[in-house]
Design a protein around this ligand. Structure first.
Ligand code: TEU
Length: 545
């Protein structure tokens, strides 16, 4: 497999508005991020993924861009952004920007022109359709609202939006629009950034004729339509291939076979992708299903294209709550999940706060939630007459705000995140879970992440090693045991994802091997007699064979 700097990297995602507030306005900002760069650097990560900071009415927390070449005042200024880039590079790290090119804000000048009249030169930069018999053109739901169509009285047509009404989709069939996006990409790359995270990139192509969906709730009709790969190849040809950068596509609802079309090294499109078979399609932890997903993606991509490994981000609740144990075994579970993500094939992504085992949250009123997706759905369901409290409870577990509460720096007011009023409530557990506490504890989650990342830095087997699961008959629905092999180096990884002890009887083949413990999330381990290993609840071990 070709070696690239980004394949050997660990990525740290900064949701800047919740990271650190330097000016007391209650929002995190770029100056605050600069002040905390050493904290990120000491973790050992290589790349920072910065969520959108462009000019925006901020209705979808920056994913509704109204100006691609300006910085949202809430985040800072272009001058501060330039300083951030300098400081990131000065520490030997790289910066990738989150870019949203499937849609803009309805306040973008392009859309204001497009909606001003049917014959405006930018009309076709967005998707406008006539109503059908007084109805919207088809029955699709959007990700954030009951319909993908919004009627415009002035020009008597509907416009298309995959997300909120205020996020009209761009028309990628229009070559002029595409040229303008490529120019914007070049603008940021010429500033020296190291790549892009491409938001909702699987949605760029729309289906011929917008036929009704048989099942309007199966929202896959929004993604992966023919023509998409031609756009990505053109994007790569016109922009990406001219720079030493990394591109990662957010590609919902792709299979490994489809995923290879995005990231195949011969394809000339993107470098790696986020698929959501776990975060979107696996409601709660199911080890057997997770193993199947890993097996299929390894088979589909390994040696041909690159995959990411993550279990949470700004759209999905915190992994230790949703997929692990955020109670008595929170620390062990946070370390186990990290061990899994960093030893499975693929590039690991750390979402801010994951490295100290931050957990999901439950606010007791919809007024304390900010996530437009959740608030729109709450309104829609309550509007149908459902009990508001019951609707709130049904939406809390998967609310995107679970992962958007402010970073917990220390056990002081607002966890040291802001001296002002935080834009969203903190998770009340910041007294127990915070950076200061983790930095002072040699056995903390943060210190474990440091060891795990250092292990990866010094051992290419974690990056390029072949992956092989031990036979299922040796495992059970809680155990995940596999090897990574590169040349003469062979590692055995054992994970017990359970609140109970588990043991594994290794096959006689391992009898003559000596197992050298490289890392474990328990301080004391039962000595591994080569053929039988007892694992504590949520215990992870990495052995060199
Ligand atoms: O999310 C895109 C989105 O919500 C789905 O396509 C998603 O990929 C999948 O279902 C994952 O749950 C992106 C941003 O990450 C999100 O924060 C924005 O709100 C959204 O696009 C609109 O820009």
């Amino acid at each position: 497999m070709n070696k690239n700097w980004w394949k050997q990297s660990v990525v740290y995602q900064v949701y800047w508005r919740s990271f650190y507030d330097s000016d007391g306005d209650g929002y995190g900002d770029l100056q605050g991020l600069i002040q905390k760069l050493d904290y990120i650097h000491e973790l050992g990560v290589d790349i920072i993924w910065l969520n959108p900071v462009y000019e925006s009415p901020d209705l979808d927390n920056g994913y509704d861009i109204s100006g691609y070449e300006a910085i949202m005042p809430k985040a800072g200024t272009m001058e501060i952004w330039e300083k951030l880039l300098f400081e990131v590079h000065a520490r030997g790290m790289k910066l990738i920007m989150d870019l949203v090119v499937n849609h803009t804000s309805d306040q973008h000048s392009w859309f204001l022109e497009s909606k001003s009249s049917r014959d405006n030169p930018k009309r076709d930069w967005y998707i406008w359709k006539d109503a059908k018999n007084g109805e919207v053109p088809n029955n699709w739901r959007s990700y954030f609202s009951p319909s993908t169509w919004e009627w415009d009285e002035a020009t008597e047509q509907c416009y298309f939006h995959s997300f909120a009404v205020e996020q009209p989709d761009l028309n990628w069939e229009n070559p002029e629009l595409r040229e303008e996006i490529y120019r914007t990409m070049t603008y940021w790359l010429d500033k020296g950034i190291d790549g892009f995270r491409l938001d909702a990139i699987a949605l760029l192509a729309k289906p011929e004729g917008y036929p009704d969906a048989e099942n309007r709730d199966d929202i896959q009709y929004l993604t992966n339509h023919p023509g998409l790969h031609a756009y990505l190849r053109e994007m790569n040809e016109r922009v990406f291939r001219h720079y030493d950068i990394v591109t990662v596509g957010e590609t919902a609802f792709v299979t490994p076979e489809e995923g290879l079309k995005y990231v195949g090294e011969h394809r000339g499109e993107l470098n790696m992708l986020f698929h959501f078979e776990v975060c979107d399609e696996m409601p709660s932890w199911d080890m057997l299903r997770f193993k199947d997903i890993q097996r299929r993606w390894y088979k589909g991509l390994w040696g041909k294209g690159s995959n990411s490994q993550f279990l949470n981000n700004h759209d999905h609740t915190r992994q230790v709550t949703r997929f692990g144990n955020d109670g008595p075994y929170r620390v062990e579970s946070a370390k186990l999940l990290a061990t899994m993500l960093h030893t499975l094939p693929g590039i690991p992504y750390i979402y801010q706060g994951e490295e100290i085992g931050m957990t999901g949250v439950k606010f007791d009123s919809i007024d304390h939630y900010n996530d437009i997706a959740m608030k729109n759905r709450y309104e829609e369901e309550v509007g149908k007459g459902r009990d508001p409290q019951e609707v709130l409870q049904s939406l809390q577990a998967l609310s995107r705000d679970n992962s958007r509460t402010p970073m917990q720096w220390e056990n002081t007011i607002h966890a040291g995140f802001t001296t002002g009023t935080p834009w969203i409530n903190l998770n009340p557990n910041y007294a127990e879970i915070n950076v200061a506490k983790d930095l002072s504890d040699p056995n903390s989650v943060y210190r474990y992440y440091q060891k795990l990342i250092a292990l990866r830095k010094n051992n290419e087997v974690m990056v390029y090693g072949q992956f092989e699961e031990l036979p299922e008959w040796m495992q059970n629905e809680h155990l995940y045991v596999y090897t990574r092999t590169l040349g003469d180096t062979r590692w055995l990884i054992l994970l017990n994802h359970s609140d109970e002890k588990s043991s594994i009887q290794l096959s006689p083949a391992y009898k003559d091997f000596s197992l050298k413990l490289l890392l474990s999330n328990y301080l004391a381990n039962d000595a591994a007699s080569n053929d039988r290993i007892e694992l504590n609840p949520h215990e992870a071990r990495i052995y060199e064979i």
